[in-house]
Design a protein around this ligand. Structure first.
Ligand code: HMG
Ligand code: MG
Length: 303
């Protein structure tokens, strides 16, 4: 049976954009609930500047209080050496470095040029590897940038190659504003695959324009085995105007289950985590599958 890994970004990407952040103890409960779903990767925080992303300011407390389960990785974002030092202090297992081919997005998101961001990523990756951490790389705006519009696949592929050379075990390709469509996705992925091989690639689709599942299907056809998702469709980048949530974990899981693809993740438990976190945020999940299953359960109760 085909196996696909779901890499959950809800507690980080999902919550980084909330104007009224979740309470720390609620984040801890949320992550502990996710740890019981069968997920093997739960991105749990970001050691970024609290002035830039206030909602992640409590990542150190979160990392101390969650009940880490054996066999699960709890990666965190580390934009620079200060972030890495904090990640090490709080025993994070994986450092996530991030970059973009867009000069404008780089400046807006990390206050530096593309080459400066890559130099920082290299410094962080080298140090993290020495300290025994794993290093994951993110590339944002892989198809479209909110400031520079279309991004050429070869630029993304070149950056993926540089991140792989730094020692990133995996490079997650981010459609930050969710406006990529399947053919564009295919061209971008093929360029990256030709540069570093498909084994090192993961995909990270925001679902702003409802294209994520179609793009994921294209990724599966190209043999990509790791998909970033976010419970309930939480998410967005504070420096990418208009960016909506990541593709919902429930929606991807429902599609993969229907295709007979194994992830080891329990849909019912994901829905419980979704219900919990959205009840704390005071709104309903955007996940179509979550809402369909909720309605179905309500109908069942009436029978
Ligand atoms: P800067 O202002 O240029 O940093 O920000 P600086 O080095 O000049 O330092 C300024 C202040 O920030 C100092 O404090 C530093 O100590 C502090 P002060 O002296 O003023 O009190 N500082 C830090 N504090 C905590 N942790 C740190 C840190 N570094 C400096 N690591 C910086 C540069 C990169 C730090 C900033 O721009 C930043 O934090 N950016 C992160 C933005 C972010 O998190 N964006 C969202 C994540 S990326 C994303 O969502 C995309 C993704 O999901 C994929 C996709 O969808 O495309 C991954
Ligand atoms: Mg993202």
């Amino acid at each position: 049976m085909t196996e696909i890994t779901l890499y959950e970004v809800g507690p980080r990407d999902g919550l980084q954009n909330e104007n009224i952040p979740l309470e720390t103890d609620e984040k801890v409960i949320f992550i502990n609930m996710l740890s019981a779903t069968g997920l093997k990767f739960i991105e749990s925080g970001a050691f970024v500047s609290p002035k830039w992303v206030p909602a992640m300011a409590d990542s150190s407390v979160v990392m101390t209080q969650i009940k880490k389960k054996q066999g699960i990785m709890y990666p965190v974002l580390t934009p620079n050496i200060k972030g890495l030092d904090d990640a090490l202090k709080f025993n994070a297992d994986t450092a996530c470095v991030f970059a973009t081919p867009s000069e404008t997005f780089s400046k807006k998101n990390t206050n530096c040029s593309v080459s400066e961001a890559m130099a920082r990523a290299k410094e962080v990756a080298e140090e993290a590897l020495v300290k025994g951490m794993k290093v994951r790389g993110y590339i944002s705006t892989v198809m479209f940038c909110p400031y520079e519009n279309e991004i050429q696949p070869l630029k993304v592929a070149k950056q993926a190659e540089e991140l792989a050379k730094m020692g990133c075990y995996e490079i997650s390709l981010g459609d930050t504003i969710g406006s990529g469509t399947p053919i564009k996705t295919k061209h971008m992925l093929m360029a990256c695959r030709d540069a570093i091989g498909v084994e090192k690639l993961a995909v990270h689709f925001h679902d702003t324009y409802g294209q994520a599942l179609a793009n994921i299907l294209v990724s599966l056809e190209l043999n990509i085995k790791v998909i970033d998702t976010s419970v309930g469709g939480l998410g967005g980048c504070p420096y990418a105007p208009g960016a909506k949530g990541n593709v919902a974990t429930e929606d991807v899981l429902f599609m993969l289950n229907g295709m007979g693809i194994n992830t080891g993740v329990d849909l019912e438990k994901i829905c419980e985590a979704s219900k919990f976190v959205f009840s704390k945020l005071g709104r309903i999940p955007s996940s179509r599958v979550f809402n369909a299953l909720e309605s179905k359960n309500k109908r069942k109760k009436l029978l």
